[in-house]
Design a protein around this ligand. Sequence first.
Ligand SMILES: [Zn+2]
Length: 348
Amino acid sequence: MFDKSTWIRLPRNVVVGHGALDDLGDAVGELYLSGTPLIVTSPSPNQIVGDRVREQLSGAETVIVAEAGFEQVQNVIDAAREVDAGYLVGLGGGKPIDTAKMASDELDVGFVSVPTAASHDGIVSGRGSIPEGDTRHSVAAEPPLAVVADTDVIADAPWELTTAGCADIISNYTAVADWQLARRLKGVEYSEYGGALARMTAEMLVDNADLIRPGLEESAWIVVKALVSSGVAMSIAGSSRPASGAEHLFSHQLDRIAPGRALHGHQVGVGSIMTAYLHDGPDGLWQDIRAALESLDAPTTAADLGLSDDELLEALTTAHEIRDRYTVLGDGITEKAAREVAETTGVI
Ligand SMILES: [Zn+2]
């Protein structure tokens, strides 16, 4: 009997480009949302573009979040209840956007994503993660109803945020390889469309790595479009699998072992070099991944991430414990194997 079914949730409006911020009012107007908009932002984006956003959303209220964390999500929920918010607008980098995403999920109201940096693929997807104590909570929330990404604003963000976004996209290579492995070995559900789109996105970014340079608005354009297409791949798959494999487990484990040391995208980039090696051996894709990261000036070594060799090896040997997601790490790799992959790939 045929009993498969699928439910794909995608953003309704995605507006990317020069001056896109001025289209926010129209992009939101087309969604027929009602009630008070609550802008969830952090101090610096609020200062830079907060007024431009408030001008276009009549009656909007604003709540400032200082850092990521469950306490902040709760603050946003309280603020939303106080003003009886009809929907939330996440404005800023990863933290306010993840916070708004999770609060909107809890409140069961819509959410609009207005990134001011291209630092990770969570700006478009329904996946988010929030630190709690020494661990992270990943939540599958609905994707944003609309995404408005102004390349003029994003081009001015600190360059390392953009290279972190690039590295997050490049890691799709190993995420998809892990997903295919899990399909073969564990019968995990696989989406050809989601897998192909995620991989193609990584390929396009690597092919264009030469064009991605600080201060160039075109770079912001390439990276944001790639983040959008990664997010769409996750929406199609109904899972973060297209963009999150063993390299993400490694990064989440680093967040516990060495919290706050490096950016998410930079950690997954280095993770991806090593897990690509584990997939294909010495003559495989890991060299292309490393070369692309190098050309972007993104970290490729433990030292670049501010980590000792021991911290890196601990994260690599224990990453499989993070969650029940089958990857090339299987039930864990030995310290000897971890050292060999890290040394051969030049990570330590
Ligand atoms: Zn990521």
